[in-house]
Write a new protein. Sequence first.
Length: 229
Amino acid sequence: MSTETTPHTDPAQPATTVRQLLPDLWETREFIVPGGPRTHAYLWTPPSGHNILFYSPGDDQDFDRLDQLGGVTRQYLSHQDEAGPMLRAVAEHFGSRLHAPAAESEPIGAYTRIDVLLTERSVDDAGVEVIPTPGHSPGSTSYVASGQGGRTYLFTGDTLLRYADGVWRTGYIPGYSDKDGLRAALDSYATVTPDFVISSAFVDGAGGVHRVEPGAWQGHLEQARAGLS
């Protein structure tokens, strides 16, 4: 039985625009990676006014709307698969600083300068908890943010996803990912109690944002762990 509910969305807002999912969380329009999954970027608008963009948009069509929401101060990448020409476009348009995993600095840095290299678990000066979760890719990194109303947001990149059938799975790709690393990532997730899990990639019908009901999180992780066996 599914324990998730859909975050707030306005049916009047088409999927081709920036959508408000929660009071302080916005989703950019969908981008389909050529030959790959669907993805969104997410703008978190904390009380500080220093907005943070997680992951990367597919193009610049939403820049004007993001400007209206206060712009972007920082951008956080979860892994190298999100790297591309838009990294430079985001930095130049908004004057934002890019935070990215040090283990993947070469493929990411090929597109633009990385301002902050991430190497270890810590809480930075913006209140974002950085959790290295290598496994899907060598430098995969997850983030925890404290949302409005006491909500906890866990940004998992492609490390953990909920599929359209309701099953939680890791982003294991044979020949690319490391199962032991993904198991360790799930151990790290077990130390967090998220209200919403936000992945960067998803498959048709699943979406990237999922609410976790109280008491359900550890079961979701065990389900993902079983899928690695």
